[in-house]
Design a protein around this ligand. Structure first.
Ligand code: ATP
Ligand code: MG
Length: 230
């Protein structure tokens, strides 16, 4: 029985501590309406990844409730949760296997057609076709023949094929050359369309395309506005 969510995420009096004596996120409320792109920025250690991990239920709040469309995440079947909320982290961009395998991780029963369409959607198809084995080229964790920008595009294709209502992206900090930067930015925009997206943003170009920007310091959201406000 599949959970058909719209993608509204609510934090209700949420507090979080990894260890009881050190609160990382003091109590807060936050409403993320369905379909928006939210850029989350702030200095290192501010709590951005912690917030992202709470939404994907790597951890549960120490107090309060996080819900999807008004339903407590703890009440969702793990299978529904994994379908609805996908997190893309910069550490886990590639696994050992073919390019096609890496994309299909987002949808294990994907056909080759679906894989190619996902790659086309995010702008990865052209470079894949130029690899010696095309979609059957073996890659590994470090990427092998695949550049940093191309790795990001493959992770976008994987997330696109999974098609979650809520996407969380911890953007890579690696700097890219200008053509790759442009490709990644275009791929990102396609990936963000029609879903709620929370991006831990390291690029100004990403902040600029967000509907809303949250600035975090010491576990507290200190600014909340549009990119123009900030
Ligand atoms: P960065 O920009 O460097 O990725 P961040 O904003 O993502 O930083 P978090 O990783 O959320 O910050 O860390 C917030 C705080 O929680 C930091 O003080 C960090 O030391 C602490 N922390 C993070 N993970 C754990 C953990 N697994 N156990 C204990 N403390 C943790
Ligand atoms: Mg982080």
């Amino acid at each position: 029985d599949l959970f058909q969510a719209q993608g509204r995420v609510s934090f209700d009096d949420v507090e979080f501590a990894y260890k009881a004596d050190r609160v990382i996120l003091p109590r807060f409320d936050l409403e993320l309406p369905a379909g928006q792109t939210i850029a989350l920025v702030g200095s290192t250690g501010a709590g951005k990844s912690t917030l992202a991990k709470l939404i994907s239920r790597f951890y549960d709040p120490s107090h309060g409730t996080i819900s999807l469309d008004g339903i407590d995440l703890r009440q969702l079947h793990p299978k529904d949760l994994r379908r609805a909320i996908v997190m893309v982290t910069q550490e886990a961009y590639l696994f050992s296997g073919t390019v096609a395998d890496n994309i299909a991780l987002g949808k294990p029963d994907a056909t080759r057609d679906e894989i190619v369409r996902a790659a086309q959607a995010v702008g990865a198809h052209e470079f894949i076709e130029l690899l010696p084995g095309g979609y059957d080229t073996e890659v590994n964790k470090r990427g092998g023949r695949v550049s940093a920008g191309q790795r990001q595009l493959l992770s976008f294709a994987r997330a696109f094929i999974a098609d979650p209502v809520v996407l969380i992206l911890d953007e890579a900090t690696a700097s890219l050359d200008i053509p790759s930067e442009r490709l990644v930015q275009e791929g990102l925009q396609t990936l963000l369309a029609d879903r709620t997206a929370i991006i831990i943003a390291h690029r100004l170009s990403t902040v600029a395309i967000a509907d809303r920007v949250l600035v975090m310091e010491h576990g507290i959201i200190v600014e909340d506005g549009t990119p123009r406000d900030l």
